[in-house]
Design a protein around this ligand. Sequence first.
Ligand SMILES: [Zn+2]
Length: 442
Amino acid sequence: MKNVVLITVDCLRADHMSCYGYKRKTTPFIDKIARKGMFFKNAFANGPNTRHSVPSFLTSTYPLLFTQEAKTGKFHEGRKSVADFLKENGYMTGAVHSNPYISKFYGYDRGFDYFNDFLLGQVEDEIERSKISKALHEAVKGFKAVFMKKLPHEDGERINIEAFKWIEKANEPFFLWLHYMDVHMPYIPPNEYLEEIGVKKYSHVKKVWLGKKIDDVKLREKIRDDEIEDYINLYDGCIRYVDRTIKELILKLEKNYSDTIFIITADHGEEFREHGDLGHSEKLYDELLHIPLLFYGKGVKKQSIDKIISLINLVPTIFYFLDMKKKDMKKNAWLQGKNVFESDDFFIAEAWKDERITAYRDREWKLIVKGKEKELYNVIEDAKEENNLLVNEKKFSKKVKELEKIIDNHIKFLEKERMKRKTILQKEKIRKAMRNLIMRNK
Ligand SMILES: [Zn+2]
């Protein structure tokens, strides 16, 4: 059985990578392996931020399968992750990252033999801190950032070190998931990576100040439009840094474990005020959804694929490459997506902000529905999604009806799935309780 290394980069939008045609040479290493492997030009996340996208792509289920996750953040047991499946099939499973939203605290270590989120106790601390001395904490954080060059997350180099340590001890086949935070705000790349992409240097103090402003929700609103260019420069420098980190990882693993398949993707993109905001809030425009996706390594043919696919297809495609057919897998009903060769040429993305937001997107059309508000874009003529065709024109009502029907059916499908999974979990609970009772009476 092949080893699987899943690399996800937080906030990495495809159109800022040179393999997707970006003007700056941000990803020289990824460009190279994109040419050797299976490269998806039109891959999309099914949710616009970590909390919506990660539970979805790890399990091939839609973000709003369990809407209460949007409130609690807990990874629902009605989803079964790629780690669970591979562990059941004899894999050793490991994960290294430092994003609190997908930490052990929220149940994301499920299915992993080894799970390093660097956050032992920190999530609890954060909750406690919000009650007492937030201002003091912020001051200490600022001091650390300026004088100790400390980032709010672990950098890619550190993630690699921990991954290498685990792999040395792990048995094959292994499944390793690495999630890099280097492209996430506050965007503080070392200057050498800015030089490499031909961007002017920034002093460390300036980088920390810009980072502080974008990290703080209130200060973020005050950022002037003429400052956006600085943020884009720094964001691009971070991409160049993460490209180097991925290069270090793949070259080393490839040398020692030839029977390995690598996947590179991102949980979502990033917005630079294309639709009025910075960062990655609950919106479903392409700058937040269009992400990189490529498969590379043992048994992967060189191919560039145009078809529209989304991350719901990720896990089934991994199983395809491992030759784990659906019939081989117990409980295959847990997956909602198909592999990329069998999937539809459209996708649905969703997010929760006070209410459901849903988007349908194919090669030509995108419909976004939030309550009574609707937006329709022709993404061939209007790739930036600036001209909502429903503002003045009635002639699209037939198209809207057709797409709305697909969305309605999707929502009904999720409702049924939710009920089905809750029943399965209930039955499992009862079975477990019965077993415990029998054991106790023996
Ligand atoms: Zn994220």
